[in-house]
Design a protein. Structure first.
Ligand SMILES: Cc1cc2nc3c(=O)[nH]c(=O)nc-3n(C[C@H](O)[C@H](O)[C@H](O)COP(=O)(O)OP(=O)(O)OC[C@H]3O[C@@H](n4cnc5c(N)ncnc54)[C@H](O)[C@@H]3O)c2cc1C
Ligand SMILES: Cc1cc2nc3c(=O)[nH]c(=O)nc-3n(C[C@H](O)[C@H](O)[C@H](O)COP(=O)(O)OP(=O)(O)OC[C@H]3O[C@@H](n4cnc5c(N)ncnc54)[C@H](O)[C@@H]3O)c2cc1C
Lengths: 393, 258
């Protein structure tokens, strides 16, 4: 089937895309429509991430798409954003998988790794032959990662790592975990360092978090590190301090700005389609003013979020994107998508709570997206500080 | 091994098409896309070139210098493309199309030509055999699998009850059944690489084709009339009173399905 190009975007934002970006959009959209949409409801219900998708995603060239060399694609920011947007129209879990593999872990290695580390990991991660995860959050340190307790102590030439990381996407299916830990290194940037921990290391274990009501088609794990020994060559040499971890997050947040727009499109399209065929009081739902008000509000939030994503891409491509810009995009676009998902769900009435239609799934997923990669509130504080100069953290 | 794939670029079937009142033919003014039917041929060719070595060249005839569908197929991995586009081609029927494609294919000197069994928009299902006849090459239809064995191809040819195993010397024309392989999704790298792949545009003069053979003048087919597809009749609802299965079986018998 050719991809669905139904027009929900009142501003025709994609008209600014290049011919190549449109081909990429259609390719990823076609993949999502053929391979994801027919199956996602049952995967979601079963709480399952389909590992067969890894090769498909690698074949599309999405892992490390923006990296130069090491198996990367040398793509510009906007093209990568478009790919993530289309993936998240399938499911936020699919986009999360890519964000963790590509934006957080591969990018972390690319930005802060040694030449040996890059050569060792990046090509096989680009081809999907190795998977990675990113371990920052802990049971007692989420919004404030500086309070992390996981620590790494030097023992001869090795580091001994102890601690617990939780809510780690892809934790139990990864070959390598990028683990952030406190060390006794003291310099102006603080003692937090990043370590590439092979998941078959002695003392490393990962247990999946069950009973999730959101992001069910994605694996989320708790990782425990019990006296794990890694040589100094596994430490990311250029990652000094928490700001290294935060700059990986910036990359992933940029992707979420686009991804959220994809989830929103799926919800909006479903609501429009449904309202055309559903009759109430002898009229199509779509012909009622209250429904049109909902649809127009959703479409406005949707196109505005799309514009924000495109503008952020332009800033990023010209090297001008700041963390505050990214906070604006993550905060605005995820909130918009969350709002759209709820409204779309209401348009579908009782069918809106069925996994046979995408909105309830996106709605539940977007609760995770609202919280991870910097909670909505934390981004509010970042922007509040930007406007006033006062830190309200 | 040089494999040429005929790819038709067609109006997006997802969008409502319309007919030209005067000529009763499909309007093709908007952007055209790669016919899904031909994506199978492209995939088959890429797999053959991967396993037997060789290259894949695309050949298409389309109005207004359209290259969009060709770009998609180049992004999938084909090496180069030939497009025949010429205002004089307007009105060309299936035989005329086959003449143009055969002439363009000759310039590529392929060892094997793949096509779909029928296009999604015109679906006369006649072009492949006409090309073979014009080139005086053998042709095999409805392939579900192809293997290359020296200077012949072995084809599993789909039939109503199973498949025939057919051998055919190359060069030859093979039409590929839809759905027999899974066309790859163009990758980001493939899309970027496609930008710099050779895409040669030819006119009928370049191919030495006499204008009287093509266009409205050369067409031997004429569309005399078109009619709306009759609306689908409401189905029959069978309420199960213990005998619904029998009624369904009777119905299927009546339809001669069982
Ligand atoms: C599905 C999923 C996948 C995840 N994947 C990963 C992963 O791969 N790697 C990883 O490291 N982490 C991951 N996380 C963890 C995520 O990043 C954290 O949950 C997030 O940072 C919030 O931390 P917390 O849950 O501890 O909430 P807390 O920090 O305890 O926050 C609780 C509430 O308090 C608010 N709050 C906190 N501080 C303030 C303040 N100063 N002022 C006002 N309000 C405040 C928060 O906004 C929030 O509403 C994932 C989470 C989920 C749900
Ligand atoms: C009187 C008449 C006037 C027409 N006028 C026009 C016109 O003005 N403009 C116009 O575009 N069409 C016109 N057509 C339609 C067009 O010529 C046919 O679609 C074309 O001849 C191919 O027929 P088909 O699609 O039925 O091919 P089929 O035999 O069903 O196609 C089988 C396979 O052959 C290959 N193939 C077929 N056509 C092409 C192609 N063009 N390029 C590459 N590979 C191909 C593909 O692999 C295809 O899947 C006209 C047809 C008629 C009868």
């Amino acid at each position: 089937m050719p991809p669905n190009t139904q027009d929900t975007d009142l501003l025709d934002i994609d008209d600014i895309l290049s011919e190549e970006e449109i081909l990429l959009r259609d390719s990823v959209r076609g993949f999502v429509e053929d391979k994801i949409l027919p199956n996602i409801a049952s995967w979601y219900e079963a709480g399952r991430f389909e590992l067969d998708l890894v090769k498909d995603l690698a074949n599309l060239g999405i892992f490390g798409m923006t990296l130069d060399g090491y198996g990367g694609g040398g793509a510009r920011a906007r093209a990568y954003g478009i790919a993530l947007r289309e993936l998240e129209a399938g499911d936020s879990g699919l986009r999360s998988f890519v964000s963790v593999q590509s934006s957080l872990t591969m990018n972390g290695i690319y930005m802060f790794g040694s030449e040996e580390q890059k050569n060792e990991w990046l090509p096989k991660m680009a081809s999907g032959d190795a998977l990675g995860c990113f371990g920052l959050t802990e049971p007692d340190a989420g919004s404030n990662p500086a309070a992390m307790k996981t620590n790494a102590v030097q023992k001869g030439g090795d580091w001994e790592i102890n601690g617990v990381k939780t809510w780690i996407t892809n934790g139990s299916i990864s070959d390598v975990a990028l683990v952030w830990a406190q060390t006794e290194e003291t310099n102006s940037t603080g003692g937090i360092r990043g370590f590439l921990v092979p998941t078959d290391s002695k003392g490393f274990s990962a247990t999946d978090i069950s009973e999730k009501a959101s992001m069910r088609a994605s694996i989320t794990s708790e990782i425990s590190l019990n006296g794990v020994l890694v040589p100094d060559e596994f430490r990311l040499p250029e990652a000094t301090g928490l700001k290294a971890a935060l700059s990986c997050l910036s990359e992933a947040r940029f992707g979420i700005c686009f991804g959220a727009v994809g989830a929103a499109r799926s919800c909006l399209e479903t609501a429009i389609d449904y309202s055309q065929t559903r009759e109430v009081f002898a009229k199509p739902l779509a012909a009622l003013a209250l429904t049109q008000d909902k649809l127009v509000n959703m479409a406005t939030l949707y196109s505005n979020a799309g514009l924000v994503a495109m503008h952020l891409a332009a800033l990023k491509e010209s090297g001008k994107a700041t963390p505050a810009h990214i906070s604006y995009g993550k905060r605005n676009n995820v909130a918009a998508a969350r709002e759209i998902a709820r409204e779309a769900r209401s348009v579908l009435g009782a069918n809106g709570i069925s996994l046979a239609y995408p909105p309830i799934r996106h709605m539940a997923n977007l609760e995770s997206v609202y919280t991870y990669e910097g909670t909505h509130e934390i981004h509010t504080l970042v922007l509040g500080q930007k406007l006033t100069g006062h830190s309200a953290f | 091994m040089k494999i040429a794939v005929c790819v038709k670029q067609i109006p997006d079937p997802a969008e409502e098409g319309s007919l030209d009142d005067a000529t009763k033919t499909l309007k093709r003014e908007g952007k055209l896309i790669l016919d899904d039917s031909d994506a199978y041929g492209v995939e088959m060719a890429l797999q053959l070139a991967d396993s037997a070595g060789g290259e894949v060249v695309l050949v298409s005839m389309a109005p207004n210098g359209e290259t969009n569908g060709l770009r998609t197929a180049l992004a999938m991995g084909a090496e180069s493309a030939i497009l025949v586009s010429d205002p004089a081609l307007q009105g060309t029927d299936a035989l005329g199309t086959a003449k143009v494609l055969a002439a363009a294919l000759k310039t590529a000197s392929p060892d094997l030509i793949l096509t779909a069994t029928e296009s999604t928009d015109g679906y006369t299902g006649t072009v492949p055999e006409q090309i073979a006849e014009l080139l005086e090459w053998p042709s095999v239809t409805f392939a579900k699998s192809i293997t290359i064995d020296g200077d012949k191809v072995k084809v599993e040819r789909q039939t109503e009850v199973g498949y025939d195993e057919v051998e055919c010397p190359t060069p030859c024309v093979v039409s590929v059944t839809a759905g027999v392989v899974e066309p790859r999704y163009p990758s980001f790298k493939g899309i970027m690489a496609a930008k710099s792949k050779p895409l040669e545009e030819k006119t009928i003069a370049d191919l030495g084709i006499d204008a009287s053979q093509i266009g409205w003048e050369g067409a031997r087919q004429e569309i005399v009339d078109v009619a709306e597809v009759p609306a689908r009749e409401a189905g029959e609802v069978i309420t199960d009173e213990g005998d619904a299965h029998e009624k369904i079986v009777d119905f299927l018998k009546e339809m001669k399905v069982v």
